[in-house]
Design a protein around this ligand. Structure first.
Ligand SMILES: Nc1ncnc2c1ncn2[C@@H]1O[C@H](COP(=O)(O)OP(=O)(O)OP(=O)(O)O)[C@@H](O)[C@H]1O
Length: 239
């Protein structure tokens, strides 16, 4: 059982406070949506937790350990995994080799074991044709590869940053099933940034709503969607 918790988490870029006093948590087996209009601070929150940025103030706890000041690669080794909003496959490598990177670098496996584990993981995601270059695979396969790369780091907590973007409705349903299955099987804590509210409804147990860096509402999506402050944040944000 693991828990990721932020405590008054804040970051300012010059005069702009992109994450402002954010308190939230995700526990093993939970899928929490992180929603809000464009520029609300969703990706910044993930970047803070993953260690791409260090907070201006506040803390990030993984269980009873304060991870706020440790570098990204150490957070990854402790169990913080994530996908990226802008997909960046390692070009020149095959699909299999891309997935192997997590096993090699985060889990420090040897080549042979990393290859075997990567094959097994891709099989569970129904990702085939692993010797193809990343430029030859379709968008659903690309998304599966990105999820596999994150899983290959053996996370306790995994953040998915708009992984459904660009998928058609059938592919989206498949991706939702995959994420739910993984979260259950691995007892993962999952944070999901997503603009499509149909995905949020089907996938998450609860959400936090960010607006200009602050949490303005939290709870099950159906309740939060009725909140007047949330409605006006979306209208004001143009989303
Ligand atoms: N490295 C940075 N330097 C300066 N400003 C930044 C930096 N990273 C993010 N910001 C600003 O912080 C705010 C929040 O950005 P962020 O990307 O977290 O929003 P978001 O909710 O993920 O938006 P979107 O839904 O459009 O992806 C924006 O105003 C953005 O310009």
């Amino acid at each position: 059982m693991s828990e990721l918790r932020t405590e008054n988490l804040t970051i300012s870029f010059g005069g702009l406070t992109a994450t402002n006093d954010v308190n939230f948590n995700i526990k093993s087996g939970e899928i929490v949506g992180i929603i809000g209009p464009n520029g609300a601070g969703k990706t910044t929150l993930i970047n803070l937790i993953a260690g791409i940025y260090y907070p201006t103030s506040g803390k990030i706890w993984l269980d009873d350990r304060d991870i706020s000041q440790i570098p990204a690669h150490e957070r990854s080794a402790l169990g913080i995994g994530r996908t990226f909003q802008l997909i960046h496959p390692l070009e020149g490598l095959t699909v299999l080799q891309n997935v192997m990177t997590g096993f090699l670098f985060a889990q420090k496996m040897g080549l042979k074991q990393a290859r075997e584990e990567a094959r097994k993981l891709c099989k569970t995601l129904e990702l085939t044709g692993l010797d193809r270059a990343t430029g030859e695979i379709n968008i659903l396969e690309t998304k599966k590869m990105e999820i596999a790369k994150a899983l290959a780091t053996n996370p306790k907590v995994m953040f998915l940053d708009e992984v459904m973007a660009g998928l058609n409705s059938t592919e989206t349903l498949e991706a939702i099933d995959i994420v739910k299955q993984i979260a259950t099987e691995r007892n993962l804590a999952v944070g999901v940034v997503e603009h499509v509210m149909g995905v949020i409804t089907k996938l998450t147990h609860s959400v936090i709503v960010l607006d200009t860096g602050r949490i303005i509402a939290s709870g099950p999506y159906k309740e939060v969607a009725q909140n007047e402050r949330v409605k006006s944040a979306y209208l004001g944000g143009g989303a």
